[in-house]
Write a protein that binds this ligand. Structure first.
Ligand code: ZN
Length: 187
């Protein structure tokens, strides 16, 4: 059976798969390669910087990241070292439009395997380090709201004519109520 689109549905806050630590991928099969291809398509279509497999309902330690035009595929990744910390605004495709300041390392070193099974070491700085830590958190059942400074949480409502973001502050409780209500409404 062929599907009309290779994009997958991104699961949203409230789906228990997001809170479950993902399982090791182990052997890299044709299915894993196809899944990765679909994850890249899905991440791009959603305008994201990264996507973890559990965000498309697959509880496997698999993530894709695209920073500065370069796609990185992480199979069974592990953080081996982090350096420093910085506060930056962060969001997540599974919690659409919600943003807040999250403290993350300035540099992160991650060990993983690529799609041919070779061991790789990735060193990221700034946004890449942040994306690596964000996706690794996903694979351990953690979300950015677990680390976010709650007083900085806000909705991104859109942009004005000058391209400036239009935001609205929110509390974590209120934000989670919105996601829970949307989940009930859409099933
Ligand atoms: Zn995320």
């Amino acid at each position: 059976m062929s599907s009309p689109t290779r994009q997958l549905k991104i699961v949203r806050y409230g789906d228990p798969v997001l809170r479950k630590p993902a399982q090791k991928v182990g052997r890299i099969t044709a299915e894993v390669r196809q899944l990765v291809e679909q994850m890249v398509e899905t991440m791009r279509a959603a305008g994201g910087v990264g996507l973890a497999a559990n965000q498309i309902g697959v509880s496997q330690r698999l993530a894709v990241i695209e920073v500065e035009g370069e796609v990185r595929v992480l199979v069974d990744p592990e953080i081996v070292r982090t350096v420093g910390s910085e506060l930056c605004d962060e969001g997540c495709l599974s919690l659409p439009r919600l943003y807040g300041l999250v403290e993350r390392p300035i540099r992160a070193v991650v060990k993983a395997r690529d799609l041919s099974g070779r061991r790789i070491t990735l060193e990221g700085e700034g946004l890449l380090a942040r994306a690596l830590c964000h996706e690794l958190d996903h694979l351990n059942g953690r979300l950015f709201i677990d680390n976010a400074d709650e007083s900085t949480l806000h909705w991104l409502l859109g942009h004005d004519d000058d391209g400036q973001p239009i935001t609205q502050p929110t509390t974590l409780d209120d934000a989670l109520r919105v996601f829970t209500a949307a989940r009930k409404a859409h099933g």
